[in-house]
Design a protein around this ligand. Structure first.
Ligand SMILES: [Zn+2]
Length: 61
């Protein structure tokens, strides 16, 4: 899930709730997603909702 804090955004795992470890400016959404992917996160769409699973929780490996 995406946590929105005023001007900042933070990516948190939908399974364990852990943060991706960095807070980004609201305008840096794409950079945040790329950062998470680089960290091994799995980001995918389920129905209409985006899911964000950290490297520990992703279930496809
Ligand atoms: Zn997790």
């Amino acid at each position: 899930m995406i946590e929105r804090l005023d001007e900042k955004i933070e990516l948190c795992c939908d399974e364990c709730g852990d943060s991706a470890g960095r807070v980004f400016d609201r305008d840096d959404f794409d950079i945040m997603i790329q950062h998470a992917k680089d960290e091994g996160w799995r980001i995918f769409k389920m129905g209409r909702e985006w899911k964000h699973n950290c490297a520990d929780c992703r279930d496809d490996r």
